[in-house]
Design a protein around this ligand. Structure first.
Ligand code: 5GP
Ligand code: MG
Ligand code: MG
Length: 173
């Protein structure tokens, strides 16, 4: 166990309040969740943002069943929403190398949003390869492979209500 349910809940509430205060009621905020890791975080975060908002989802692939980023990012599912003139907040589970978000950010900026910010639940600063501006952050974590609260290893463990460090023997064999 790295971060328990109570700690997650408290941090998500605080992030939601901060986002609501920063954007304000007339922002017509659009949350863009990066599937599938964002799901638990995004649904809790959306409930903690006391503003009228909409949401949409995008899916990219970089990891497969491995624990190391390949550096190659490809879009699997695009958004349904036109971003032109919208205030967009990307919601991610974790930033590791930063390659996924650097790619997504450049792609979405080409669609002329009014603003584009990034919110991530977790951040592994030690592993950064691409420079991405993080506007809202849940927790900095050490360089360990974590699962739970949406994060998977080979599609498993997403439903754990807390964030835990996966024992290396699970993925090293
Ligand atoms: P990046 O492109 O920043 O290296 O990696 C981004 C994606 O890799 C994340 O959105 C997440 O899906 C996956 N990832 C990175 N670190 C971890 C980790 O510790 N645990 C899990 N389950 N996924 C991770
Ligand atoms: Mg992700
Ligand atoms: Mg994954």
């Amino acid at each position: 166990m790295l971060i328990d349910q109570t700690q997650i809940q408290a941090r998500v509430e605080a992030l939601g309040a901060q986002i609501a205060a920063d954007y304000g009621a007339n922002s017509d905020l659009l949350l863009v969740g990066v599937l599938k890791g964002c799901t638990m975080f995004m649904m809790d975060l959306a409930r903690a943002i006391d503003l009228p908002l909409t949401f949409d989802f995008i899916a990219v692939a970089s990891y497969g069943a491995s624990t190391e980023s390949s550096g190659v990012v490809r879009m699997i599912k695009d958004l349904e929403t036109d971003l032109a003139g919208r205030h967009v907040l990307i919601v991610e589970d974790i930033i590791d190398s930063g390659l996924t978000l650097a790619y997504l950010r450049s792609q979405l900026l080409r669609r002329n949003p009014a603003s584009l910010r990034i919110c991530t639940l977790l951040n592994k600063p030690e592993r950064r390869k691409a420079d991405v501006p993080v506007d809202y952050l849940g927790f900095d974590i050490p360089n360990e492979f974590v699962v739970g609260y949406g994060l998977d290893y080979a599609e498993r463990y997403r439903n754990l209500p807390y964030i835990g460090i996966l024992k290396p023997e699970v993925y090293s064999q």
